[in-house]
Design a protein around this ligand. Structure first.
Ligand SMILES: Nc1ncnc2c1ncn2[C@@H]1O[C@H](COP(=O)(O)OP(=O)(O)OP(=O)(O)O)[C@@H](O)[C@H]1O
Ligand SMILES: [Mg+2]
Length: 215
């Protein structure tokens, strides 16, 4: 998916959080977004997801203004703080299969294996640790086969083995020409994946640099 951001300014109150931000990505590009706490990283991706309202003519997905796109499964999202408050006893299996139209095919199994979800596949979702829950959210976003995948600090709280698993998945998605945007404080992790780095600054400045990921 192509993404264009044109002179995007966003404010929750009077004080802007994003100030005249412009950049664009082509299909299959990997963008790492970095910056200090409070610099507007999550705000930016929420604008890209249509969760926060932006002016017309600022964000285009595949050349269509985001304000004229309804809810779309083409964009997958892993939020920064995954929460799952279910009153009902619901298992990991039910969560994953309910958001997956197809049968349990090869790609389903690969995602479940790479993220080591097998071990708690039949467990109740409310019994999972923070890192396990994070992996369920990553899996759920991937199962919808998005054309643009947005991950907000997906590596926070995930152990070493699963970081390797996640990297394998990201590499595979990149090869499949999925556009990926990942917010991270760990630039070493994204170094070889990222084609571009967007650096947001709390003084409302930003830089968008081509880095040319080697993977
Ligand atoms: N719902 C909201 N209402 C008002 N202000 C908000 C809201 N969400 C975020 N902010 C403010 O907007 C600014 C940017 O927040 P944002 O969550 O985008 O930062 P971030 O770069 O993702 O930070 P972190 O690294 O801590 O996740 C902060 O000053 C924050 O206090
Ligand atoms: Mg954030």
């Amino acid at each position: 998916m192509r993404l264009q951001v044109r002179d995007l300014t966003f404010a929750y109150t009077q004080k802007p959080v994003l100030n005249h931000v412009s950049f664009s990505l082509e299909t299959g590009d990997f963008l790492a977004i970095v910056g200090k706490n409070g610099s507007g990283k999550s705000t930016l991706v929420k604008c890209l997801l249509g969760l926060l309202k932006v002016s017309n003519d600022t964000i285009y997905l595949d050349d269509v203004d985001i304000n004229s796109i309804g809810k779309t499964k083409k964009v997958g999202y892993v939020p920064q703080k995954p929460e799952f408050n279910s009153e009902f006893p619901i298992t990991v299996k039910e969560v994953l299969t309910s958001s997956y139209q197809g049968r349990r095919d090869q790609s389903f199994t690969a995602i479940v294996n790479d993220l080591e979800i097998n071990r708690f596949y039949y467990d109740n979702i409310n019994c999972l640790s923070g890192g396990q829950l994070q992996r369920i959210f990553i899996a759920r976003a991937l199962l919808n086969k998005p054309k643009l995948l947005i991950l907000d600090e997906p590596t926070a709280g995930v152990d070493k083995a699963n970081l390797t698993g996640l990297k394998e998945i990201l590499k595979r998605l990149k090869n499949q020409k999925i556009t990926i945007i990942m917010i991270t404080h760990d630039t070493e992790y994204t170094n070889d994946l990222a084609d571009y780095v967007l650096h947001l600054d709390e003084i409302l400045d930003y830089s968008f640099e081509k880095t040319g990921g080697s993977l």
